[in-house]
Design a protein around this ligand. Sequence first.
Ligand SMILES: [Ca+2]
Ligand SMILES: [Ca+2]
Length: 457
Amino acid sequence: MKKSRGETAAGRRIRGLGVGTSHVARVIGVIMAALFALVALPSVAFATQLNVQLWGQNDSRWSSIPLGQGGYNMGSAGCAVTSAAMVANYFGSSKDPGQICQWLNVPANGGFQPGTGNLYWTRIPAAAGGTISYVTKTSYPGIPANMTTIRAELDAGRPVIAGIQGERHWVVITGYSGDTYYVNDPGGPTVPGRSGSFSTWYGSPVANYIDSIIIYHGSHAAPTLPAQALNPRVTSTTSSSATAAWTDASNNEDGFRFQYRLASSTGAFTVASGTAAANATSYTISGLAANTAYTFQVGAYNGAGTKWSAYFNGTTSAQSRSTVIVDDSGAAFYGPASGWRTASVGYGGSMHWTWNATGAVENYAIWRPTLGAGNYQVYAYIPSAKAGATTAHYQIYTGTAMVTATINQEPYADVWVSLGTYNFVAGTAAYVNLADATGEAYATKMVGYDAIEFVPR
Ligand SMILES: [Ca+2]
Ligand SMILES: [Ca+2]
């Protein structure tokens, strides 16, 4: 753990000994804080997250800069300066932690306590510039930190610097969600510092692990819109997706989002699911319909909003389609179990047939293909025998509509007879149904059932 030289951080407050606070007082304080928490925290989940620059005290740009005359440097004990620099940056300072430390080091500026290297928090505004002003430091000796105060600051759009109980370490609280608090930690094992839940590294409940807070105020300028992505284009498509590419022209985007509409439309766009990371230059937009022309936009976004690109177009590829034959010998052909007769003629050497009914359906068959979406011409194979219905009513269900094609089976012998061309949905929703109710005198005609063919058109 990186220790820090904060102006009271070197004070020897040791929670377990209760320095300056009686045991009874501490216990009462804990109890009161717990009661207060129970009363003050509604079950509604509150959440705030501020976008605070993360810096690590060990960054090589400043890790070797001394902290005043105390013998410490930024890398070993610069968490206070680095935390303050993060907050100052949030409030508009253009100084990095090293620049702020250098300013504090000038003897006339009085940034550090002589002999100890402890930071004077009140000197940060002069060191950092921007709009930051020092408000207060509050310590919680042997009692839980007042999380209501911390949440109020966060909700007002202001990060809070917190000292870690017993560790002489400082972090920046950047947000919370319920009882989870998020921090930018200038220490930790990685040079850039680390962002994450306070309790991941320091304990829970959070109130018991914060021994003091530093509050600064200032103005946080809203981010400006990112620059528009340039040269947006579709580089490839499938039957259900389009891969877009663009030139990233912005330096402050949080990422890229996408929207699309039919190319023929001037109406509302549909926002694509998913986003691309900051600095990305391509993304695959999924969930599109086959063989369809779309208009797209890619939007660079951040907290200020989304800057949309120029329109660009692309057409998804057609779903692969091939001729499908459903024969009466296959599983995709089915109907009631009774009333069937078979004959060794027709497509594949066999067929079904049944005597016709007149008005009420007694028997029927369904041919159910598996299709890619698109236009197909439908053919019925009429065998040379056992197929003599003069008004065979083939019902073609496309997945969205039912159409009846009436065929006189009598004149055909071992040929494919067209039932028309239709636009089918993808999958297994579409089918052809032939009932035995032909309207002819009862049981005077043989209704033939053989193969049905679907030919892409
Ligand atoms: Ca960028
Ligand atoms: Ca057959």
